[in-house]
Design a protein. Structure first.
Length: 153
């Protein structure tokens, strides 16, 4: 176990065995689980979570208040735990600001690989629909999308 864990750790998207949980407990290392899906939640363990709907509302509200009306979005695949709420929130926020939803600004992708972020960004650019802001999910995919935009100037 790395010494950096001594002050505490948040464990995300990794199922733990009983032995690993016991090791954390016996080493007196504070921990919390960030489960990938609600079904993965073991209520006996300390759990933290995310509020994707609220985060999406904050992000879109800021962009819309700054005058962006053509906002592209690279979002996770249908069936991924946050897909429906992210797309629904995207559509709802646009509607609140009187902006019609344009499905050409939405690209569905896997958010885990830089190469996929590049492919998704390429797909959006090839559609030829103008956008002034972009929302994307997943660290690696976001990195790939941003790198491609930087390369293209």
């Amino acid at each position: 176990m790395p010494p950096t864990f001594a002050n505490g750790v948040i464990i995300a998207n990794v199922p733990l065995t009983e032995a690993e949980l016991e090791q954390l407990n016996s080493a007196r290392i504070p921990f919390a689980i960030l489960p990938q899906h609600d079904a993965d939640r073991d209520r006996s363990l300390p759990i933290v979570g995310t509020d994707d709907r609220h985060g999406m509302r904050q992000c879109l509200d800021l962009l819309l208040r700054c005058g962006h009306s053509r906002i592209g979005m690279i979002c996770p695949l249908p069936g991924y735990h946050s897909f429906d709420l992210m797309v629904d929130t995207y559509k709802d926020m646009l509607e609140q600001y009187g902006i019609p939803f344009d499905p050409e600004l939405l690209v569905i992708s896997t958010p885990w690989e830089e190469a996929e972020g590049r492919r998704s960004m390429t797909k959006l650019l090839e559609r030829g629909v103008p956008f002034t802001a972009l929302i994307t999910t997943g660290d690696r995919a976001t990195s790939g999308a941003v790198k491609l935009l930087l390369e293209k100037g």
